[in-house]
Design a protein around this ligand. Structure first.
Ligand code: ZN
Length: 142
Protein backbone atom coordinates (compact mmCIF):
# COMPACT_ATOMS: atom_id res chain seq x y z
CA UNK A 1 0.00 0.00 0.00
CA UNK A 2 1.42 3.38 -0.96
CA UNK A 3 1.83 6.12 1.63
CA UNK A 4 -0.88 8.23 -0.06
CA UNK A 5 -3.35 5.36 0.08
CA UNK A 6 -3.00 5.24 3.88
CA UNK A 7 -4.11 8.86 4.33
CA UNK A 8 -7.85 9.06 5.00
CA UNK A 9 -9.75 11.23 2.50
CA UNK A 10 -11.06 14.70 3.23
CA UNK A 11 -14.44 14.60 4.94
CA UNK A 12 -17.42 14.96 2.61
CA UNK A 13 -19.76 17.89 3.29
CA UNK A 14 -23.43 17.30 3.90
CA UNK A 15 -25.77 17.20 0.91
CA UNK A 16 -29.49 17.76 1.44
CA UNK A 17 -32.44 19.45 -0.22
CA UNK A 18 -31.58 22.81 1.37
CA UNK A 19 -27.97 22.93 0.15
CA UNK A 20 -28.10 20.75 -3.00
CA UNK A 21 -28.25 23.88 -5.21
CA UNK A 22 -25.05 25.17 -3.58
CA UNK A 23 -23.14 21.90 -3.94
CA UNK A 24 -24.36 21.51 -7.54
CA UNK A 25 -23.35 25.11 -8.32
CA UNK A 26 -19.80 24.34 -7.19
CA UNK A 27 -19.59 21.64 -9.86
CA UNK A 28 -20.16 24.44 -12.42
CA UNK A 29 -17.66 26.76 -10.70
CA UNK A 30 -20.40 29.00 -9.29
CA UNK A 31 -20.93 30.33 -5.79
CA UNK A 32 -24.72 30.43 -5.48
CA UNK A 33 -26.47 32.32 -2.69
CA UNK A 34 -29.94 31.51 -1.42
CA UNK A 35 -32.38 34.46 -1.63
CA UNK A 36 -35.74 34.78 0.10
CA UNK A 37 -38.56 35.27 -2.41
CA UNK A 38 -40.62 37.08 0.26
CA UNK A 39 -38.15 39.79 1.33
CA UNK A 40 -35.10 39.31 -0.96
CA UNK A 41 -32.78 38.69 2.01
CA UNK A 42 -29.68 36.72 1.02
CA UNK A 43 -28.64 33.90 3.31
CA UNK A 44 -25.52 31.80 3.56
CA UNK A 45 -25.15 29.02 4.58
CA UNK A 46 -28.38 27.72 3.03
CA UNK A 47 -31.28 26.86 5.30
CA UNK A 48 -34.96 26.06 4.96
CA UNK A 49 -36.54 29.24 6.35
CA UNK A 50 -35.84 32.96 6.07
CA UNK A 51 -34.70 34.25 9.49
CA UNK A 52 -36.17 37.68 8.69
CA UNK A 53 -39.71 37.02 7.35
CA UNK A 54 -39.99 33.25 8.01
CA UNK A 55 -40.82 32.43 4.38
CA UNK A 56 -39.98 28.98 3.07
CA UNK A 57 -39.90 30.27 -0.54
CA UNK A 58 -36.46 30.92 -2.00
CA UNK A 59 -34.48 31.13 -5.21
CA UNK A 60 -30.77 31.59 -5.89
CA UNK A 61 -28.47 34.29 -7.24
CA UNK A 62 -24.92 33.82 -8.45
CA UNK A 63 -22.28 35.68 -6.45
CA UNK A 64 -19.71 37.87 -8.19
CA UNK A 65 -16.99 35.69 -6.68
CA UNK A 66 -15.29 38.63 -5.00
CA UNK A 67 -14.98 39.29 -1.31
CA UNK A 68 -12.92 40.55 1.60
CA UNK A 69 -11.28 38.61 4.42
CA UNK A 70 -13.44 39.28 7.49
CA UNK A 71 -11.50 36.97 9.81
CA UNK A 72 -9.01 34.12 9.58
CA UNK A 73 -7.14 31.36 11.40
CA UNK A 74 -4.21 29.16 10.46
CA UNK A 75 -4.43 25.53 11.50
CA UNK A 76 -0.98 23.94 12.02
CA UNK A 77 -1.66 20.83 14.10
CA UNK A 78 -2.94 18.16 14.26
CA UNK A 79 -2.94 17.08 10.61
CA UNK A 80 -6.42 16.78 9.13
CA UNK A 81 -7.32 14.11 6.57
CA UNK A 82 -7.02 15.40 3.02
CA UNK A 83 -6.12 18.96 4.00
CA UNK A 84 -2.76 20.58 3.22
CA UNK A 85 -0.94 21.99 6.25
CA UNK A 86 -0.83 24.69 7.31
CA UNK A 87 -4.54 25.11 6.57
CA UNK A 88 -5.32 28.76 5.96
CA UNK A 89 -8.98 29.21 6.89
CA UNK A 90 -10.77 32.45 6.06
CA UNK A 91 -14.17 33.89 6.78
CA UNK A 92 -14.94 35.94 3.68
CA UNK A 93 -17.51 38.68 3.42
CA UNK A 94 -18.74 38.42 -0.14
CA UNK A 95 -19.45 41.64 -2.01
CA UNK A 96 -23.13 40.62 -1.84
CA UNK A 97 -22.99 40.94 1.97
CA UNK A 98 -23.11 37.32 3.16
CA UNK A 99 -20.16 35.52 4.72
CA UNK A 100 -18.64 32.14 3.91
CA UNK A 101 -15.84 30.00 5.30
CA UNK A 102 -13.22 28.37 3.11
CA UNK A 103 -9.52 27.76 2.68
CA UNK A 104 -7.23 30.45 1.29
CA UNK A 105 -5.22 28.66 -1.41
CA UNK A 106 -2.25 29.75 -3.56
CA UNK A 107 -1.36 32.01 -0.65
CA UNK A 108 1.26 32.69 2.01
CA UNK A 109 0.89 33.82 5.61
CA UNK A 110 1.39 37.40 4.35
CA UNK A 111 -1.90 37.08 2.43
CA UNK A 112 -3.81 36.35 5.66
CA UNK A 113 -4.92 39.87 6.57
CA UNK A 114 -8.33 41.20 7.50
CA UNK A 115 -9.54 43.44 4.69
CA UNK A 116 -7.54 41.74 1.91
CA UNK A 117 -9.48 41.15 -1.28
CA UNK A 118 -10.01 37.52 -2.36
CA UNK A 119 -11.48 35.70 -5.35
CA UNK A 120 -13.65 32.62 -5.28
CA UNK A 121 -12.38 29.39 -6.77
CA UNK A 122 -13.34 25.72 -6.57
CA UNK A 123 -11.04 22.84 -5.74
CA UNK A 124 -11.94 19.20 -6.21
CA UNK A 125 -10.60 16.69 -3.71
CA UNK A 126 -10.77 12.93 -4.09
CA UNK A 127 -12.84 11.46 -1.28
CA UNK A 128 -14.72 8.64 -2.88
CA UNK A 129 -16.88 10.78 -5.15
CA UNK A 130 -14.65 13.78 -6.00
CA UNK A 131 -16.36 16.56 -4.06
CA UNK A 132 -15.97 20.24 -4.98
CA UNK A 133 -15.11 22.66 -2.17
CA UNK A 134 -15.46 26.45 -2.18
CA UNK A 135 -12.04 28.06 -1.74
CA UNK A 136 -10.56 31.55 -1.95
CA UNK A 137 -7.34 32.92 -3.32
CA UNK A 138 -5.68 36.32 -3.07
CA UNK A 139 -7.09 38.75 -5.62
CA UNK A 140 -3.70 39.30 -7.29
CA UNK A 141 -3.43 35.52 -7.92
CA UNK A 142 -6.78 35.48 -9.78
ZN1 ZN B 1 -37.56 36.69 3.89
Amino acid sequence: MSEAAKVPPRARPGYNRDNAFFRDGLKEGKFLIQRCVGCQTLRQPPRAMCPKCHSFEWDVVEASGMGTIYSYATHHHPPLPGIEMPARIVLVELDEGVRAVGNLVDATDADMKIGNRVTFTVRRYPNGDDTDYPQWKPEQAA
